[in-house]
Write a protein that binds this ligand. Structure first.
Ligand code: PMP
Length: 291
């Protein structure tokens, strides 16, 4: 990943991709004082760009640091990153972290840095291929209580158990893992939220100890506009047998149907298809319509 050609926006200037480096004694590396975003540009425009930038700044505040750039400056920087790298359909990764002035647990005197990279990360599958669904394994790790860790932030520290869960699932031949929370309720996958469909009713776990994804919020709105009812509530894993379809949502995952979670089987069908189509239409730039 570090050996590509291209340009990375780094603290206000462009650095060649291979030179965008930090010191090994960076606080963010040792103590996870780091927050990031995952965004997608479609047709040259980042979908819900401002929401992502606002979440980035909010995540930093949750970790008790201020990113030294405004929403407008970050918006402009993201546009510049796409232009400088000639990208139209791309994944965009802003990351902010505490620097290397001091290395011990307290970090208030360390500079906060911001970098923004972007690269091509297509949705590889056709709708037909997607509708086969992916297989998920139950993770042995539980999403922690919001009293244990600030779980509404998109912060590096929250991803340690995601990596452990996803690597274990992939080693066992699954595409991803589904995590329960500290109470035993169904929570989310390692980088995406989860939804269940029965007829025209959609149920999704209440995001009270995991990320309330921007795609999740978009999907809830789209589902309602497409005639589904949407219920957010705590869900026990045993309940999953009553649902016909299941799908994940996330910036990278978009809408990804699921065929299996442990012993529970789902058959992606009209519900998933309707929502995949609605999401694809929604993410397209609205320039033409606005003109
Ligand atoms: N949960 C986790 C753990 C994630 O990493 C992501 C991806 N950012 C999501 C949910 C979905 O969030 P979004 O729809 O904002 O990409």
């Amino acid at each position: 990943m570090d050996q590509r050609e291209g340009w990375i926006w780094f603290d206000g200037e462009f650095k060649p991709w291979k030179d965008a480096k930090i010191h090994v004694l960076t606080h963010g590396l040792h103590y996870a004082s780091s927050v990031f975003e995952g965004e997608r540009a479609y047709g040259g425009e980042i979908f819900k760009s401002r929401e992502h930038t606002e979440r980035l700044i909010r995540s930093g505040k949750t970790l008790d640091f201020t990113i030294p750039w405004s929403v407008e400056q970050i918006e402009e920087a993201k546009r510049e990153v796409l232009a400088k790298n000639n990208l139209v359909d791309a994944y965009v990764r802003p990351v902010a972290w505490r620097g290397s002035e001091e290395l011990s647990v307290p970090a208030r005197n360390n500079t906060v840095h911001l970098a923004i990279a972007a690269w091509v990360w297509p949705s590889y599958f056709s709708v037909e291929e997607k509708l086969k669904g992916i297989r998920l394994e139950w993770s042995k790790w539980k999403r922690p209580s919001p009293e244990t860790i600030p779980s509404s932030a998109k912060a590096a520290g929250l991803y340690m158990i995601c990596t452990l869960s996803k690597d274990a699932a992939m080693a066992n031949g699954y595409a991803d893992a589904l995590m329960l929370d500290y109470r035993g309720y169904v929570a989310e996958a390692t980088g995406a939220n989860v939804f269940f469909i029965k007829g025209r009713d959609i149920t999704t776990p209440t995001p009270d100890c995991f990320l309330n994804g921007i795609t999740r919020q978009t999907l809830i709105d789209l589902a309602k506009r497409n005639g589904f009812t949407v219920t957010e509530r705590h869900m026990m894993p045993e309940e999953l047998s009553q649902f016909d379809e299941c799908f994940l949502t996330g910036t990278a995952a978009e809408v990804t149907p699921v065929s299996e979670i442990g012993d529970y089987k789902f058959t992606p069908a009209d519900g998933c298809r309707t929502l995949i189509d609605a999401y694809s239409a929604e993410v397209q730039p609205k320039r033409a319509a606005a003109e």
